[in-house]
Design a protein around this ligand. Structure first.
Ligand SMILES: [Fe+2]
Length: 434
């Protein structure tokens, strides 16, 4: 493909696959929900949202549009702020009883991820919730080839879940998050109306913006797909397939958007240009990492959310201690990219450049340090906590954080640099404060 990074390797993969939904972006496009649903053959839908959005103009617009189009609707809003197995079990019962021919989701990642998994468990129940998760956690049970058509309407500029085959769920009994990943979870259509971001609080724009930035940065610096083992059966090829020319294309653009607009979007809810761009960037980053996989940034964030019971972050409508997903990812990111840069210095250099890092006099050897410095600058300018210490973690928490994150085996293996438990401990220790 004219790029050294993807040079063929012995026994390495020689194909990559792209899956994205039909996608519509633009102010006011939520009004198209009814026509889009009819276009997907829907006559009776289950609409997933959360209790806060239920009262919003966005859900009202979608409900009105569905009604005008003659589509019958039942609403489910029993979704917690982080999608978890309990929400999915309630959602699955809703799907099982609803006699639906389609699902519409209106919300952020938690809503869309709950909708995806609720269809799976509602239409194809499992004895144990973990059955569909990959081993060693779950039984790796094969997913069905088809669920109901899903029209996903994203209301935040973060997860990109409207464009991915991934559902990230907190398993309450294990107090940690794991990922369901399968092509059947990809929505058929996505509607992204950036007007939804006009009312997002700054703290949410910062968290979701760092999520999109890290999706893009991780998939751009991920191990090349040609360095993963070749899998002859196309249906057995994993979704985490490594960096590839497609994920590069979308990730580069998403990084440019984050570099230009993240700070502006956090600073002012009147800056529609910045917030519109962040919505588009989040989808682009979803289209990218959904077809490559993330690596250490996301893997190490799961340890942070797992052990967050000792910490508290303000700004979200929850009573229990809570670290928003994007913040849990960015806190370790400067230490991670300092570590991974040695394995792909040119990619880290280019990423720093796309994020508008000042690279005068810097060479490829400085790329990890330069990228880390730019991330820290963005964290400071958007009021993010200063490393893991900023949300209550100290050196004594490092072994537990590392042990928890080490379970994210495939994502860790997608790192451009081979990473063991000691490396993870060292990264966490370096991420306590910057
Ligand atoms: Fe994420």
């Amino acid at each position: 493909m004219g790029c050294q990074y993807f040079d063929p390797c012995d026994n390495g993969a020689d194909t990559f696959t792209i899956a994205i939904p039909k996608y519509t972006f633009g102010r006011g496009c939520l009004r198209e929900a009814g026509a889009r649903a009819v276009g997907l053959g829907m006559t009776r839908v289950g609409l997933f949202t959360d209790p806060f959005l239920r009262q919003s103009a966005y859900v009202a617009t979608v409900l009105e549009s569905l009604k005008q189009a003659g589509v019958d609707v039942a609403v489910f809003d029993e979704i917690t702020i982080e999608a978890d197995d309990a929400s999915v079990e309630r959602g699955a019962a809703f799907v099982a009883a609803g006699n639906f021919d389609g699902v519409v989701s209106v919300g952020g990642g938690s809503v869309m991820d709950t909708a995806k998994a609720s269809m799976l468990y509602g239409l194809h129940p499992s004895d144990d919730f973990l059955d569909y998760f990959a081993p060693p956690l779950g039984a790796g049970r094969a997913m069905p080839r088809r669920l109901l058509p899903h029209l996903a309407c994203a209301t935040t500029s973060g997860t990109g879940s409207e464009c991915t085959s991934i559902s990230v769920l907190r398993i309450n009994r294990m107090a940690t998050k794991f990922v369901l990943a399968n092509p059947v979870l990809l929505p058929q259509e996505a509607l992204v109306d950036p007007a939804c971001s006009d009312t997002l609080p700054a703290m949410v724009v910062a968290s979701t913006g760092f999520d999109l930035l890290c999706h893009a940065l991780e998939c751009f610096t991920a191990k090349a797909y040609t360095r993963w083992d070749k899998q002859d059966d196309p249906l057995k090829r994993p979704l985490i397939q490594g960096a590839n020319p497609w994920s590069d294309l979308a990730a580069r653009q998403a990084l440019e958007i984050a570099g230009e607009y993240l700070q502006r979007g956090v600073a002012s809810d009147a800056d529609h240009e910045a917030r519109d761009q962040l919505m588009w960037g989040a989808s682009l980053a979803g289209m990218a990492f959904g077809n490559s996989g993330t690596h250490l940034g996301h893997a190490l964030s799961y340890g942070v959310t797992h052990l967050m019971h000792d910490v508290t972050t303000t700004g979200y409508p929850v009573e229990s201690p809570f670290v928003p997903h994007g913040i849990s990812v960015i806190l370790s990111a400067p230490a991670i990219f300092r570590y991974t840069a040695a394995a792909a210095p040119e990619r880290h250099f280019e990423a720093a450049e796309l994020l508008q890092c000042d690279l005068q006099d810097a060479g490829f050897d400085d790329s990890g340090e330069a990228l880390a410095a730019r991330l820290i600058e963005l964290m400071q300018k958007t009021g993010a906590p200063n490393g893991l210490g900023g949300v209550g973690f100290g050196p004594a928490n490092v072994p537990a954080l590392a042990a928890s994150s080490a379970r994210q085996v495939r994502a860790i293996a997608n790192s451009p640099r081979a990473t063991n438990l000691v490396d993870i401990e060292n990264i966490y220790a370096a991420a306590i404060s910057y």
